[in-house]
Ligand binder design. Structure first.
Ligand code: ATP
Length: 458
C-alpha cells in the first residue's frame, strides 16, 4: 500500500513552496519537464548522492570512483550500440499532433496486464489497431505507424556543424566507467573482482517525460559496475540485488513499498536483469536496475577502439575479459521516491494536522535548526549556530512563535530543533526537540556536536 497521505500534486506544491524543487526556467513560462533544485532540495539530493557514494565506494572493498566527461568520442556510442538501437517506438496522433510511445499506450490501455517489452513494432501496431487504443489527449483514433526515435541528444563540436563533428550528450554514465576500466585497474592495482562507480548527469530526449522528476530529459545517475570473472557473475548479480535493496531499507524505505521485477525481455547482451520498483504516487515503477551485462561492453570497446581490454590475473597469469554486474539508480528518481516515502500528514491530539517529512536524518537538508526562544537570546543562539555550522548543515530561525518555527522545520524534515532559552544562560543546556516523536530532551551545550554526529550518520 503506497504512502496514503501523498499525492503527486501535494509533493509538487510542497517542493515549490519550501524551496525543494522549482519548475525550470519558470519566469519564461517554463520549459517542459525540466526542474531546478532549490536551497533545500539541493542539500537533500547531495545527501542522497553522498549516502550512495559512502555505501558503494567508501565502505565497499575494492570499489573506486571516477568522474568521466559528459562529452565522449562518438565512437563510444557506436561501440555501446546506442547510435543504432537506443530508441523508443514513437507514434504520432494525426489529429492533435501529440506524440506517444506505443509501449506506454499499450501498458496504459491494458492497465499493466499486457507487457509490450516482449512485442515487436508490428505486434504493437496490431494490438493498438485491434483494441482501438485511442489518443489519450484528444480521444481520436488516427495514428501514424510506429517509427523508432533515437533518444540521444546530438550536438556538434568545433566551428562547423558537419556530420563528422557530431557528438552526443551521454545518455548514461556507464560508458565512462567501461572506457576507464584499465586506467582504474592499473592505477589502483585492483584485482578482479573490483568495482568502478560514478555519479553524474545523463541526457535522454524522452518521448514522454513526466510525473514530476520521475522521467526527465536531463537527470543524474549513480552507477556502479562490478568487474568479475565469468562463472562468478551469478553470485555477484544476486549480491548486488541484495545490496541495492538494503540501501533503500537503510534510507528508511518501507519494504511494503518496494518489489523486485525481473525483466521479461533481456537486452541482447544481458544474461539477467531486474528492477527494484517503488510504489510511487502514480503507481509501481522502476526505481533502479541491476543487470548482468556479461563481457559485452568491454569486448565491444576492445573491438571498436582496437585497444586490448584484457585483464591479466597477477597470480595465475590467466587472461580474460571480465563480466560486468551493473547497478544503476537515478538520483532524481531516488529523490522523488524519498520525498514520497517521507511525506506525512499527522493529526495531532488537538485535531491540528502537522505536515512532516520523515527523512532519515542523514538525508535531511539541515541536521538541526537553532532557535532562540526569544529574540533577546539571539546572541547565544547565534554563537551555537556558528559552532555547529563548521560540522553540519544547520539553519537558524528567530522569526515567529516557537510553535510556528517547529512546524516550518517539520515541513522540510529537519530532524532536530535546538532551542536556546533562559536555562541555557543559567546552566548551559539547550532543549532538543525530535521531529518524529516531538519529544524534548535537555542537552549540555558541549554535547550537541556529539549528539548530532551520532544521530545523523548514515
Ligand atoms: P525506464 O524504463 O524508466 O526508461 P531505463 O530502464 O531506460 O528506465 P536505465 O537505462 O537502466 O533505465 O537507467 C538506470 C536508472 O536511471 C533508472 O533505473 C532510473 O532510476 C534512471 N533514469 C533512467 N531514465 C531516466 C529519466 N529519463 N529521468 C530520470 N531518471 C531516469
Amino acid at each position: 500500500m503506497a504512502n496514503k497521505a501523498v499525492t503527486m500534486e501535494k509533493l509538487v506544491a510542497l517542493c515549490k513552496a519550501r524551496g525543494i524543487i522549482f519548475p525550470g526556467s519558470e519566469i519564461y513560462g517554463g520549459m517542459g519537464n525540466t526542474w531546478d533544485y532549490g536551497p533545500v532540495g539541493v542539500e537533500i539530493k547531495n545527501n542522497l548522492k553522498r549516502a550512495w557514494w559512502k555505501r558503494f565506494v567508501q565502505e565497499s572493498d575494492n570499489s573506486y570512483g571516477v568522474d568521466a566527461a559528459i562529452l565522449m568520442n562518438a565512437r563510444v556510442w557506436d561501440a555501446s550500440g546506442h547510435t543504432t538501437s537506443f530508441s523508443d517506438p514513437k507514434m504520432d496522433c494525426k489529429e492533435c499532433k501529440s506524440r506517444h510511445r506505443a509501449d506506454t499506450l499499450i501498458e496504459a490501455h491494458s492497465k499493466g496486464k499486457v507487457n509490450p517489452d516482449t512485442m515487436s513494432n508490428a505486434e504493437m501496431e496490431a494490438y493498438i489497431q485491434e483494441h482501438q487504443v485511442h489518443c489519450p489527449i484528444c480521444g481520436k483514433f488516427n495514428w501514424t505507424n510506429i517509427r523508432t526515435f533515437n533518444l540521444m541528444f546530438e550536438t556538434s563540436r568545433g566551428v562547423t556543424d558537419e556530420s563528422q563533428n557530431k557528438i552526443y550528450l551521454r545518455p548514461e554514465t556507464a560508458q565512462g566507467e567501461f572506457v576507464n576500466f584499465l586506467n582504474v585497474q592499473r592505477t589502483t592495482r585492483a584485482k578482479v573482482p573490483f568495482g568502478i562507480a560514478q555519479v553524474g548527469k545523463a541526457f535522454r530526449n524522452e518521448i514522454t517525460p513526466g510525473n514530476f522528476i520521475f522521467r526527465t530529459i536531463e537527470f543524474e545517475q549513480m552507477e556502479h559496475q562490478w568487474f568479475c570473472k565469468e562463472g562468478t557473475d551469478g553470485e555477484y548479480y544476486d549480491s548486488f540485488k541484495q545490496k541495492a535493496w538494503q540501501f533503500l531499507l537503510d534510507l528508511g524505505f518501507d519494504e511494503k513499498h518496494l518489489r523486485f521485477k525481473d525483466h521479461d525481455k533481456l537486452a541482447h547482451y544481458a544474461k539477467a536483469a531486474c528492477d527494484i520498483q517503488y510504489e510511487f504516487p502514480m503507481g509501481w515503477s522502476e526505481l533502479n536496475g541491476i543487470h548482468n551485462r556479461t563481457d559485452y561492453d568491454l569486448t565491444r570497446h576492445q573491438e571498436f577502439s582496437g585497444k586490448s581490454m584484457t585483464y591479466i590475473d597477477p597470480i595465475t597469469s590467466e587472461r580474460y575479459i571480465p563480466y560486468v554486474i551493473e547497478y544503476s539508480i537515478g538520483a532524481d528518481r531516488l529523490m522523488l521516491a524519498t520525498l514520497s516515502e517521507a511525506y506525512d500528514e499527522e493529526t495531532l491530539e488537538n485535531g491540528e494536522v502537522r505536515n512532516v517529512m520523515r527523512f532519515h536524518p542523514a538525508i535531511a537538508a539541515y541536521k538541526a535548526a537553532v532557535l532562540p526562544l526569544q529574540k533577546n537570546l539571539a546572541p547565544q543562539a547565534k554563537e551555537l549556530w556558528e559552532k555547529l555550522k563548521k560540522y553540519f548543515s544547520v539553519i537558524y530561525d528567530e522569526a515567529g512563535s516557537i510553535g510556528k518555527r517547529y512546524r516550518r522545520q517539520d515541513e522540510i524534515g529537519t530532524p532536530y530543533c535546538i532551542t536556546v532559552d533562559f536555562d541555557t544562560l543559567e546552566n548551559g543546556t539547550v532543549t532538543v526537540r525530535e521531529r518524529d516523536s516531538m519529544e524534548q530532551i535537555r542537552l549540555d551545550l558541549n554535547g550537541v556536536i556529539a549528539f548530532l554526529t551520532e544521530k545523523c550518520i548514515f
